[in-house]
Write a protein that binds this ligand. Structure first.
Ligand code: ATP
Ligand code: MG
Length: 236
């Protein structure tokens, strides 16, 4: 049984159907990358898993339990956390306050462990979060999610808008987090870097999974190379 098992997930927005029966699995300690062009439904998928959008049909099993009808906070409480697209940190609060809020009941005991992974944040604990650089804000967003001790982390475009030196840092960090025992579902435009750290990958096209397989196989698949790795991909 997979840690996260999605079957026939269908999501509508008004009269428009955005996801048309998505099947996807994330194994324990697995990294699954979701690739796809703009507007194919990647963020919608992430939001449906997090309970922000309610599916019209299908199931989302997490640790064997169907979470598709639960509220977002109930899903968070079960250990599924999303670091959202566009980094929603509390910008007028300090780095420390952001982290402690993320930790909830775990609070300070988690902080020390997290700061080992994020030494840069440790140096900036009193700084107002809104004054961090883009890359640092992204780190804070991920660190805050980790404070809640999730068993799976959903990352929606963590490298978006970051300078190359930060991009490498983010992907290294994701690998490191997995090594600590978490599972990760990551949406990325940076297909090359995502396929490098992922075990498995899925390609979305207009609300469906068009292709799924081992990341190494997809990285060598001519269709992927042409569509996602061909010349326009940033190198890390
Ligand atoms: N709240 C909404 N109301 C209406 N349509 C929506 C809503 N959210 C998303 N959509 C539409 O659903 C489709 C999928 O959007 P989504 O944000 O999931 O794409 P995406 O794959 O994450 O794209 P990107 O790579 O640009 O982030 C788009 O056509 C979008 O306009
Ligand atoms: Mg998106």
């Amino acid at each position: 049984m997979s840690l996260l098992e999605i079957r026939g997930l269908t999501v509508t927005m008004g009269v428009q159907e955005i996801l048309h029966g998505v099947d996807l699995d994330v194994a324990e300690r697995g990294i699954v990358a979701v690739l796809g062009s703009n507007g194919v439904g990647k963020t919608t998928l992430m939001r449906a898993i997090s309970g922000i959008y309610k599916p019209k049909a299908g199931t989302i099993r997490f640790k064997g339990e169907d979470i598709s009808k639960l509220k977002s906070h109930e899903i968070v409480a079960r250990g599924l956390l999303q670091a959202p697209e566009g980094r929603q940190i509390f910008s007028s609060m300090s780095v420390r306050e952001n982290l402690v809020i993320g930790g909830g009941a775990h609070g300070l005991s988690e902080l020390e462990r997290i700061l080992v992974l994020f030494p840069k944040l440790g140096e900036r604990m009193s700084q107002i979060a809104g004054s961090l650089s883009g890359g640092e804000q992204q780190m804070l967003c991920i660190a805050r999610a980790l404070m809640a001790k999730p068993s799976i982390l959903l990352l929606d475009e963590p490298s978006l808008g970051l300078a190359p030196k930060f991009v490498k840092g983010i992907f290294d960090l994701v690998s490191q987090i997995r090594d600590e025992g978490l599972s990760i579902l990551i949406v990325e435009q940076n297909a090359k870097a995502a396929l490098r750290i992922a075990d498995r990958a899925a390609v979305m096209e207009s609300g469906r999974i068009a292709l799924e397989g081992r990341a190494v196989d997809l990285a060598g698949d001519p269709r992927i190379v042409e569509a996602y790795l061909g010349g326009h991909v940033h190198t890390v």
